[in-house]
Structure formats: C-alpha cells, structure tokens
Design a protein around this ligand. Structure first.
Ligand code: FES
Length: 149
C-alpha cells in the first residue's frame, strides 16, 4: 500500500479508478475523492506538466472523456471549459471512475486556443482570489474539519 493509499484509507476517502489515455499509451491509477488528480498521478509514477498548482496556468490541462469531477479547486474554470470537457489536473478531484485524455504537448495548447476563441483568456488573477486559493498537494484538505482538530 502506498503512502497515499494508506492516507486515503485512514481518512476513509472514496477511491476511484482513473484511466488516462496518452499518445504513448494508456495508464491507470487510483484517485481519492479528497485529492487532486495531479498528485494521485505523481504518486502512481505518472508525470504531468504543472506550474501554478492552483488551476490558473493550464499547464496540467486534460480532457474528461467519461465520469464526474469536482473542479471547484481551480482558480479559473469557465462554463465553456466544462462544456468542452477540459479539466485542470492540479485542482480537480474525482467524483466517479474517470476516463481522461492528455497529450502533454498539445492539450494545454488546445485549451488555450479554446479560451481565446471564447474570449476567456484570463490575464490577471480574479479580484480577491489570492487569499481563497492555496497551492499544492494539501490544498484539497485545507478546510476539512479533521485539519483543525
Ligand atoms: S498547474 Fe497550473 S493549472 Fe494546473
């Protein structure tokens, strides 16, 4: 059992099976309901581009082909992104088994182009957003009651 799995088990977090399709093959890993997909991937030995870890820079963009997710951890998420199936791995948690597609060199560009086409290219942080969004692995758990005990 990995450290992540042990942590998820101890906390009782629901685990989901994630299938990731990439140009070089198909990967599978488990993702906990209280952990962002990026970190579950890293723990499973699957690398992904990332920079901001806040759902801002879109370096970690992927496409959701099947399943439900919680995108609320992202600094920027637009209805057009959701409609087109884009997810930001650093700030998205699974809510069911998932099928994702990511081309590490192309998906970010596709999402950027999509946002340009929909006039959704954010050039500045949303007002007041800095204090609400936290960076990194622990961000998903920062406001859970267990963290304050
Ligand atoms: S690392 Fe910046 S949006 Fe995910």
């Amino acid at each position: 059992m990995t450290e992540r799995q042990a942590r998820a088990h101890a906390g009782g977090a629901t685990q989901f099976r994630i299938r990731l399709e990439r140009p070089d093959g198909i990967y599978s890993f488990d993702g906990a309901a209280d952990e962002y997909l990026l970190y579950a991937m890293i723990d499973a030995g699957i690398g992904s581009p990332y920079i901001c870890e806040q759902g801002w820079c879109i370096a970690c963009a992927a496409r959701l082909l099947a399943g439900d997710v919680d995108r609320s951890g992202a600094l920027t998420v637009y209805p057009e992104d959701v409609e087109a199936g884009f997810v930001l791995l650093c700030s998205t948690m699974p809510r069911s088994d998932l099928v994702l597609r990511q081309d590490e060199r192309q998906t970010r560009r596709d999402m950027m182009q999509h946002r340009i086409e929909h006039n959704r290219l954010a050039r500045a942080y949303p007002p007041g957003a800095r204090s609400r969004f936290r960076r990194g692995r622990a961000a998903a758990r920062i406001d859970t009651p267990d963290d304050h005990s």
